[in-house]
Design a protein around this ligand. Structure first.
Ligand SMILES: Cc1cc2nc3c(=O)[nH]c(=O)nc-3n(C[C@H](O)[C@H](O)[C@H](O)COP(=O)(O)OP(=O)(O)OC[C@H]3O[C@@H](n4cnc5c(N)ncnc54)[C@H](O)[C@@H]3O)c2cc1C
Length: 485
């Protein structure tokens, strides 16, 4: 039986895969896209959508001087040279073209962008962009939906014209290799195996932040995975490529985000958009709580503004988790610690005693959350004394700002358990700067390419969070492969 050979098979119709398919279809290639989900878009439906690029039209329009080289230099500086220089070079060179291309296709910027943002270690130049649309229903920030809404009409047109063939609910299981060339993919659809042949195969299946077993295997030093990634991010492409000898690297650089609340204990899930404790820096909200670890001790100046310093300190704590401890006055004195929740909702959740607790004394609170009550009383007493003396002899927190600093004295007392959690994963398939996937000898596997989070966030961001350096490279690299293969 004669089988069709596609010029390009793209596995995964998310951020990278959609851009790749669109650009390839524009060139008239015969494109097949394999997608395991029931719809396209992948993490574009979830991402905050922050893009970073130096040297865009948008910056010129706003008289902001910048260049790919400046962006590259700052990424390497923020990542302390742990990111892959070749890949960062390519990513920063392609980034302004990607942002301009989105704009050409109708992407509408939020008016305040480009901006400097402080959720991660900030760039010194305004080079972060996001769109002007948002999901309805309690989302707190403008999400990547603007990007999806820009790409989708172009995608639909090519699908209608037959230039992109999309197979939904088709899951990649294996890559077919003859000698050193990948020649096709094996997929599972409704329990049946199917094989498709292609000249070039592009893997854009994303990361593995929703695969606790794989996460544990590649980052054994990390405690349990608490994730807010899309459920589809299960590392399938990585696993299939490893099975034919591809090199996996960078997982040891894994970094996590602060403030994950695991509402259902042991579920391994949190939701950045629906409930998340604002503890990533002290700029967006001044802390009115103290943070205590499993030893019932403070371990940080809660007012520390540098996200990197905060993350590193939290990573040293057992279980990479800590409790926010506060009283009724602190609860009610200003913006909620969970931006999407009112104080009343926090109180109501305390009744469930799963991730939040309320008690009439510190001793009772300690008992409820399983901490040593003597130690927690000591920690609170010491903090209260410091408040009265206006000097934090342990961590140097500024205790003079009486709008946010209160001794923990007025019942009820509260505790919220938060984890360092994962949105994204840092390990991935090694590639060269043509995005060819490499084998263990660092030689390209012919016909096999990668774009997006499958390459590991460490390739573009090292062991740090460099703003926009996950999504922008995913879009850029997908687009680049669609233009060049
Ligand atoms: C809440 C959140 C906020 C974020 N905010 C930002 C941000 O502001 N800036 C930034 O730079 N980054 C951000 N990121 C990260 C960034 O958005 C993602 O890394 C990026 O979108 C991933 O793109 P991708 O194409 O690699 O994967 P995805 O977009 O996840 O696409 C992968 C696709 O492959 C499919 N797939 C998986 N396995 C298979 C299989 N076996 N067979 C077929 N199909 C398969 C999936 O269903 C999915 O559709 C955020 C991530 C999250 C979760």
């Amino acid at each position: 039986m004669k089988t069709t050979q596609y010029q390009i098979i793209i596995v995964g119709a998310g951020s990278a895969g959609m851009c790749c398919a669109i650009r390839a279809a524009e060139r008239g290639l015969h494109v097949l896209v394999i997608e395991k989900d029931t719809f396209v878009g992948g993490t574009l439906h979830l991402t905050a959508g922050h893009l970073s690029a130096g040297g865009t039209r948008r910056q010129k329009f706003k008289d902001i001087e910048d260049s790919p080289q400046n962006h590259y230099d700052e990424v390497m500086k923020i990542s302390q040279h742990t990111a892959n220089p070749e890949i960062v070079k390519l990513a920063t060179e392609l980034a302004p073209k990607t942002v301009d291309w989105l704009e050409d296709n109708g992407f509408k910027f939020a008016t305040e962008t480009p901006a400097i943002i402080y959720g991660h270690a900030p760039y010194t130049t305004p080079r972060t962009y996001w769109g002007n649309q948002d999901y309805a229903g309690g989302r707190i920030a403008t999400a990547g939906i603007t990007i999806f809404n820009t790409l989708k009409p172009i995608w639909d047109k090519f699908v209608e014209e037959g230039k992109i063939k999309i197979l939904l609910e088709h899951k990649l299981t294996n890559l077919l290799k003859i000698d050193n060339r990948v020649v096709g993919v094996k997929v599972l659809h409704q329990g049946n195996e199917q094989i498709f042949h292609g000249l070039n195969i592009v893997l854009t299946t994303g990361g593995y932040a929703s695969n606790p077993d794989f996460f544990k295997k590649v980052t054994p030093e990390h405690p349990r995975l608490i994730s807010t990634a899309r459920e589809t991010s299960t590392g399938d492409g990585i696993i299939a490529a490893q099975a034919i000898g591809a090199k996996f690297q960078g997982a040891e650089m894994h970094n996590s985000t602060l403030g994950g609340i695991e509402l259902e204990p042991m579920s391994g899930r949190t939701d950045f958009w629906k409930y998340w404790a604002r503890v990533s820096n002290s700029i967006d909200r001044k802390p009115r709580e103290i943070y205590v670890n499993e030893q019932a001790e403070r371990f940080i100046n809660e007012d520390e503004s540098n996200p990197d310093v905060r993350e590193k300190l939290v990573h040293k704590q057992t279980g990479r988790r800590f409790w926010l401890i506060f009283d009724e006055i602190a609860l009610m004195a200003g913006a909620s610690i969970i931006p999407q929740w009112t104080q009343e909702k926090i109180k109501a959740e305390c009744q469930n005693e799963k991730a939040m607790w309320m008690a009439s004394s510190i001793t009772e609170l300690a008992q409820k959350i399983g901490l040593d009550s003597g130690k927690l009383n000591d920690t609170v007493t010491k903090f209260n004394d410091n408040c009265k003396n206006k000097i934090d002899s342990d961590f140097g927190r500024n205790l003079t700002n009486l709008e946010v600093v209160f001794p923990i004295e007025k019942a009820p007392f509260y505790a919220i358990l938060t984890y360092a959690y994962s949105l994204i994963t840092f390990g991935g398939l090694a590639t060269n700067n043509k995005l060819q996937i490499l084998n263990e000898d660092n030689l390209p596997i012919e016909g096999l390419y990668a774009a997006g989070e499958i390459m590991g966030v460490s390739s573009t961001s090292g062991n740090a969070f460099c703003g926009g350096m996950v999504l922008t490279p995913a879009l850029s690299f997908g687009k680049y492969l669609g233009e060049t293969l």
